[in-house]
Structures are given as structure tokens and as C-alpha cells.
Design a protein around this ligand. Structure first.
Ligand SMILES: Nc1ncnc2c1ncn2[C@@H]1O[C@H](COP(=O)(O)OP(=O)(O)OP(=O)(O)O)[C@@H](O)[C@H]1O
Length: 679
């Protein structure tokens, strides 16, 4: 049916209900002929159809002149528009004169703090305009163990853990969507604007084309002329962010090549945040531990920078941890970072994408205090190039001390052995040419880090000061002497295969109940820090010492002007009025075991239903027996840990099987086989 005929049918007869002037003869409020004119339009526009229906219904049934409705709608619309404009102008005015604001760019860490804080605010999460993000749990985050029932019998049958739905169960994280939001914090009204701008990055990419990059900004504003409330809010968000990081060590590695170009925060990416490794879980000679701890404590003391600056010494401290694989070099690095609450920045010099320029950029974008871990520097293939080796170490070192650093490749300009014969000049030129040609042909494949590149990053003029550098190696003898000279490596720590005492400690640590480890954690950390000299250097200047060790791992001073004996650290502590650390609690010694009550050894963990429980005295006894069966210096702590881990529920079984294991392992080592005959 044609719409206008339907409409006419639906309309009241002429003149019915409505009294108005004679011009509106259609009785539906429209002038004559208007419907006929509009009908082609009306046929096709559903909105218009609806409007006309409503228009006529209002006229015929409600007895209201539809033109009044139209006028009203127009007035409301105009008022709304006017109010909108007025509001915007007033708001702009208020913002300009009565509001403070702070912008946060997504390139800054504060952006992460704010995002996390916003996602934890119920008022924001219940907002109507949100962005959902997938929030996966980290390896160390607690799981709801009730959701993972497991019953496995000794014959291997039963129900195994199943994590197939773990991602499905993880709730998404909600943050305010792009746009304008408002919220209250500490009784104050805040406005939040999330905005996205497209920026053209003029740094050409590999294909030579500039790329467009999204850049997000958070604009936080509040009423008042002072930005103080916003600063407090940002501080609060930051504190909340780091609240659960206190017992964690954050591990960072160089970001991907693309991100590294942006420098600073983008140079590094967080790869893990793991629970702090308690120092007592690293089984190492107490004296060695205290030496490193006190040395680092002195270095990190707030008074140190001034002390160093007054004497013109670059503010850097380097450690070399050397010893066979699996003896605890990395573990000690992590434990140290945990004690001092520092983040760890791990660099692998074997990373093929890492250039010397990148390395320099990475070192310059380190935070004020941190631990930089350069692992396995021997395997990094760092060698002096021919021209580097032609520079004598003494000249090299002297030069770098005087300059406080050096430019990359400065060694290339080192002095050569004098040649007095003119005909040798020809040889030299020929040699130079050959070397240049060789360098040219090698350059395509040799993209790694050269020794001079590494030295330049570590202590070049542009290099960051304040960091703690830890280098680890299995083969200290292969290292270039320039890399480990005092000033670059200030303290060497030797790690050895496990002694019987270390074997005993490892045994106790493996079988002591969880509660005694976790309950003691804060005390443990406090113990360490309180043992260390805290006197500012103005009162008791630090005694720089550098230690090397003999083949048995005994440490001797190799650099300090004063001889460092066993009492070097305790005497400093004595000067500061802090007790000599006689009763050290640096390892899971029998003291820990002996301090356990019988009830506390009962492991109540649901998962440990089959764990043998021991009295502290029993544990100490078994540990001593176990240690007596381990030949000193034959096995790394990692190997012993591996053996114990496979029998982690049964110390008795470990004790029973250890003889067989030791025999098998010794035979395997003698045969040089890498395949385990016993496990
Ligand atoms: N001294 C130790 N005390 C406690 N645990 C140790 C010790 N040495 C090794 N381990 C254990 O052995 C494993 C390997 O240790 P770690 O990575 O620290 O050794 P590493 O010396 O750095 O080895 P690599 O030279 O191969 O890098 C870790 O699980 C660690 O817990």
C-alpha cells in the first residue's frame, strides 16, 4: 500500500479535533498540498515516515498542535547546543585559570603506574567506557591450588595437574577507554583524559620509509591552581605499583632492536620479576659473602658519590665471579640484588643483534643504582684485535684512568714498537693494508662486540656511573687483563665445587620445612644489612680492596694499599659501632635446623603429603652423614642440588642412594661422558 494513502487513511477527517486557522486545511497541521509534495520523499525515507506518523498522531490523538512540538524540539536542541558551547568555553576558561594538569606520556614508567592503579579502582572498573586487556599471571604468581586437584599414585596412575583452562580463568584487566573520564581520589575530583596521537617517526626503517607511530598521553587534571594533588596521586600510584615488587627482583634485558632506537626506558625490557633470592640459600663461604656484601654496601651508601667525586674517582664498582659451572655465580648475583633491593640488568654479549653502539646506549640508559650482570664473558669471544694487543696494558690503563674513560677504538691508535729502519716502513704499510683488507672482508660477519667496544661501554666517558657491574666467567684465565684490571674489577670472588660443609648445607636447605625459610626471610635480610658498615665515609673512609683467590678459593688482597686480612670488614663494622659479625646467619646452617620446633617441621603444605618429616636434630644428623659421603671439590652445588631435587620428598632415600650416585658420577666424569649414567 502506498504510504501517503495509508497516511491519509490514518489521519483524522478534515477539521476534526483541532481548531486552527483555515490555512491548515488538511486537519493534520500541514498546509495544503504539502503531503503531496513530500510524498515521494516520505515513500523512501523511513525516518521521515516515522516522524510524520508521530507528527500526525500527536495532532489527531493528543490534541496538541504539532507545530508547538516542533518548536519545542527546536528550542531544546538550540538550548542544548548553546549549553554545550557555553560549557566548553567555561570549561576551557576554568581549565586555563582554575585547573592544574599534568600530562603523562606512554614512554614513561609513570604511565604504567597510573594504568595499573586505574585498573584497580572499582569506580573506574565500573565505568561505562572501558578498554579490556589480557592480564596473564607470571611464573611466580600464586595459583589457586584448589582449582588444580591432583592425585597421582606411586605407580603413575591418577589425575595429573591440568592447566589447559588457566588462561580462560584469568580475568581480563579493565582500564578507562580512550576519552574523558572523571574520578575521586582522597575526596578530590579529578579528570582523566586518555588521548592517542599519531606521530610520524622520521627515523627511516629498514625499508627506508618513515613510519607512523601511535603515542598515547594521559592528561590528569583537578580543580585548583596547584598541581600538588595530582603529584600526590602520581606518587600514590607509583607506591602502589611497587608495593608487590618489594619482595621481588626485577630482571631486565636489552629490548628488541626496534625499541632500542628510542633509547632510555625503551632500551631495556622487563623479562621477569622473581621472588628475592634469600642470601642464606646461596651456599658459600661466609667470609666471601660478607666481603662482597660489605663492599657493595659501602659503594651504594648515599655518601659514596661525594667521596668518590672529591677524589676524582669514577663512581663505578665491578666484581668478577669466577669458577666452574653451577657453583652459584648467578645465584649470588641475584641474592645481592635482592639484599639491596636493586633491579638486575642482564646483558649477553653473544646476542648477535647487539652492536657496540647499542651496548653504549644500554649502559647510558641504566638507572641510578642497579646491578648489571654480564654473564659468561669468556664465551663472548672477546679478544683483543691485533691493533689492541699492540698497546701495552699499562699504557692503556694509564690512559683510561687519566681520562676517566676512553673513546671506542682509541686503542687502535696505541703506540707501536719503534722501527728504526726505513725499509721496514714498506713492510709496515703492507701489513696495514693487509690488515685493512682483512678487516673489510670480516666486517660483514663480525658484528659482535670487540673488547674495546665493551671497555668503552663499561667505563667510557659517556658511560653511566653508579651501577654495580658483575661479570661471571668459567675461565678467568682466558680474560684479557685490561678487562679485569682494578677500576674495572674491584673484587674477584672465586667459586669452587662443593666442599663437604657446602654439601651439608645444601642437604639442610633442601629438607628444612618451607615455614622456616619464608618465616626467616625478612630477618635474614635485616641480618645482612645490619651486619654491614653504615658509617658515612666522612667518618670512616672505605678501604678499597681487591681480592683474588688461590686454587683452593682462599681470597687475598691484590690491590688495596693496606693489607686486607680476615678482619678487614669486621674492623670497619667495629669502627661504626656495629658488632663484629661473629654469629653469621648467612647460610642454612645447623643453627637454623636446630632452632626448629618439632611441630614446625611438619610440612602442612597440601601438595607435600608424601614429604618425610624430620626433627631438627634428625635433619642435622642426616645432613652430616650425607656430607661425609660427598668427596670435597668433586661436584658442583648445582649437581648436588639436582641429585637432592629428585629425592626432594625423602631425605632418607637421598642418603641411601648417595653412595651409588657418587660412584656413578665419578666414573662418568673419569670417562668424560656427558650422558648421565646415574641420576
Ligand atoms: N653455591 C650455591 N648455593 C646454592 N645453590 C647453588 C650454588 N651453586 C649453584 N647452586 C644452584 O645451582 C643452580 C645453578 O647455579 P648458578 O646458575 O648460580 O651457577 P653458575 O655458577 O652461575 O653457573 P654457570 O657458570 O653455568 O652460569 C641454581 O639452581 C642454584 O640454585
Amino acid at each position: 500500500m502506498a504510504f501517503n494513502s495509508f497516511l491519509r487513511g490514518a489521519l483524522p477527517p478534515r477539521g476534526a479535533n483541532i481548531s486552527h486557522d483555515g490555512n491548515s486545511s488538511a486537519g493534520n497541521g500541514l498546509p495544503d498540498g504539502i503531503l503531496d509534495t513530500l510524498s515521494p520523499l516520505l515513500e523512501f525515507n523511513p525516518l521521515m515516515k516515522l516522524f510524520m506518523l508521530f507528527y500526525n498522531m500527536a495532532g489527531s490523538h493528543l490534541g496538541i498542535d504539532p507545530t508547538y512540538i516542533l518548536t519545542l524540539v527546536a528550542v531544546v536542541w538550540a538550548a542544548n547546543k548553546l549549553w554545550g558551547q557555553l560549557y566548553t568555553s567555561l570549561y576551557d576558561l576554568a581549565r586555563q585559570y582554575f585547573m592544574a594538569r599534568i600530562e603523562v606520556s606512554d614512554t614513561d614508567d609513570i604511565y604504567l603506574h597510573m594504568k595499573k592503579w586505574l585498573s584497580s579502582q572499582p569506580a573506574m572498573v565500573n565505568s561505562r567506557s572501558l578498554t579490556a586487556e589480557t592480564a596473564s599471571k607470571g611464573a611466580w604468581d600464586e595459583d589457586e591450588s584448589d582449582l588444580l586437584p591432583s592425585r597421582v599414585s606411586p605407580d603413575g596412575s591418577g589425575v595429573y595437574l591440568n592447566f589447559s583452562s588457566q588462561e580462560a580463568k584469568a580475568p581480563p584487566r579493565f582500564i578507562p577507554a580512550l576519552g574523558l573520564h572523571s574520578f575521586w581520589f582522597k575526596g578530590r575530583y579529578f579528570r582523566l583524559q586518555r588521548k592517542l596521537d599519531a606521530l610520524v617517526d622520521m627515523n627511516p626503517r629498514a625499508n627506508g620509509m618513515p613510519q607512523v607511530k601511535d603515542k598515547e598521553t594521559l592528561v590528569i587534571s583537578c580543580f585548583g591552581r596547584s598541581p600538588e594533588p595530582i603529584k600526590q596521586l602520581l606518587q600514590h600510584a607509583k607506591e602502589q605499583y611497587y608495593l608487590d615488587h618489594q619482595a621481588k627482583t626485577i630482571v631486565r634485558r636489552p629490548a628488541g632492536q626496534g625499541m632500542r632506537r628510542y633509547g632510555h626506558r625503551h632500551s631495556w625490557q622487563q623479562v621477569a620479576d622473581r621472588p628475592v633470592r634469600p642470601m642464606r640459600t646461596v651456599v658459600l663461604d661466609d667470609e666471601q659473602k660478607v666481603r662482597v656484601l660489605s663492599d657493595m654496601n659501602e659503594y651504594l651508601h648515599p655518601a659514596t658519590p661525594r667521596w668518590y667525586a672529591n677524589r676524582g674517582i669514577p663512581l663505578r664498582r665491578g666484581y668478577l665471579f669466577h669458577g666452574p659451572p653451577g657453583t652459584g655465580k648467578t645465584s649470588l648475583s641475584f641474592a645481592l640484588a635482592g639484599v639491596f633491593g636493586l633491579d638486575i640488568y642482564v646483558i649477553s654479549l653473544l646476542d648477535p643483534s647487539l652492536t657496540e653502539e647499542d651496548l653504549l646506549g644500554l649502559f647510558t640508559s641504566l638507572p641510578r643504582r642497579c646491578v648489571v650482570l654480564l654473564e659468561d664473558i669468556d664465551t663472548a669471544g672477546l679478544k683483543r684485535s691485533e691493533d689492541e694487543s699492540s698497546t701495552t696494558p699499562s699504557q692503556d690503563d694509564k690512559g683510561s684512568e687519566e681520562q676517566g674513560g676512553k673513546e671506542a677504538g682509541s686503542k687502535d691508535r696505541g703506540s707501536k714498537k719503534p722501527r728504526d729502519k726505513n725499509n721496514n716502513e714498506l713492510d709496515r704499510r703492507f701489513f696495514d693494508l693487509a690488515r685493512e683488507l682483512k678487516r673489510g672482508s670480516d666486517s660483514s660477519e663480525k658484528k659482535g662486540i670487540s673488547l674495546s667496544g665493551l671497555l668503552n661501554a663499561i667505563d667510557g666517558v659517556a658511560s653511566h656511573e653508579g651501577r654495580v657491574l658483575i661479570m661471571t666467567t668459567n675461565k678467568p684465565e682466558t680474560l684479557d687483563e685490561a678487562l679485569i684490571r682494578p677500576g674495572r674489577v674491584d673484587l674477584q670472588v672465586a667459586f669452587t665445587n662443593a666442599t663437604q660443609e657446602q654439601a651439608r648445607e645444601l642437604f639442610v636447605r633442601m629438607y628444612e620445612p618451607d615455614s622456616s625459610i619464608t618465616d626467616k626471610l625478612p630477618v635474614d635480610l635485616e641480618d645482612h644489612v645490619s651486619l654491614l658498615p653504615l658509617t658515612p665515609f666522612s667518618e670512616a673512609p672505605p678501604t678499597p680492596f681487591s681480592l683474588s683467590s688461590d686454587k683452593d678459593g682462599n681470597m687475598t688482597d691484590v690491590s688495596g694499599p693496606t693489607e686486607v686480612d680476615e678482619d678487614a670488614v669486621p674492623s670497619t663494622t667495629a669502627a661504626s659501632g656495629i658488632k663484629k659479625p661473629a654469629p653469621l646467619n648467612l647460610g642454612p646452617s645447623t643453627t637454623n635446623a636446630a632452632s626448629l620446633t618439632t611441630s614446625s617441621v611438619l610440612d602442612k603444605s597440601k601438595d607435600d603429603q608424601h614429604t618425610e618429616t624430620l626433627r631438627p636434630s634428625e635433619l642435622a644428623h642426616l645432613a652430616a652423614q650425607f656430607a661425609s659421603k660427598i668427596p670435597s671439590g668433586q661436584f658442583s652445588p648445582a649437581e648436588l642440588q639436582g641429585f637432592l631435587l629428585k629425592r626432594k620428598r625423602s631425605p632418607q632415600r637421598a642418603l641411601m642412594e648417595v653412595d651409588f650416585w657418587v660412584k656413578g658420577m665419578l666414573a662418568q666424569k673419569a670417562g668424560g661422558s656427558k650422558v648421565l649414567a646415574v641420576q
